[in-house]
Design a protein around this ligand. Sequence first.
Ligand SMILES: N[C@@H]1[C@@H](O)[C@H](O)[C@@H](COP(=O)(O)O)O[C@@H]1O
Length: 242
Amino acid sequence: MKIIVVEDYNEMSKKAAEILIKKVQEKPNAVLGLATGSTPVGLYKELIEDNQKNGTSYKDIHTVNLDEYIGLPKEDKNSYYTFMRENLFNQLTIPEEHTNIPNGNNQDLLEECDRYEKIIDALGQVDLQILGIGSNGHIGFNEPGSSFTGQTHIIDLKESTRQANARFFESIDEVPKQAITMGIGTIMKSKEILLLASGTAKAEAIRGTIHGEVTEDLPASILQTHPNVTLIVDKEAYSLCE
Ligand SMILES: N[C@@H]1[C@@H](O)[C@H](O)[C@@H](COP(=O)(O)O)O[C@@H]1O
């Protein structure tokens, strides 16, 4: 596990963008695993800025997102479908058909999980998977207790996760109770993983990820066993590791 400690959120975003842009330059048809939440927003801004300045092309890449809420209409401002369009896809010219996000409105959600896992398989291997981390150590929406070998599945969100994400909604009651998420097994198949964390709220989870026991109680701890993981953490997120 390679650990890069940076000053703050801004520096974290710039460093992550450097790594991702290099990957796309080396492999213009790379498969990128993308994340949502506040953490990668700065990274996405950097990618857009670089694209405008330097013209890095994304026309041949494919993307797979980690997760989506169940039951929110696609057009809802809090769906990850809308998040990705607003924060990245509308500004970079990635062909729509190259982007993939689970459909949390499929009538048959089990079929949707199966469909999504097959899409990822068909793309070969994810070249670079971006991850944020929940303060309870979740990755994607794999809450504590999720199987390390799990594939794309339906998850009941922990109350603490719903509360953490309630800041984007009018009230906690509007936060969905379930989501579809790539499994930890799916995530671990990625060739390379880049986990980003900023702020003291993530410090405990980062300590467990780096120094803790590898346990399903802290999903991100599995990353200790992956051959190619880089953590970019700011000083606050790293503060319990020193
Ligand atoms: N499903 C997402 C995760 O992919 C994200 O990494 C995490 C942290 O979110 P944030 O970056 O907003 O702190 O929680 C969300 O619930």
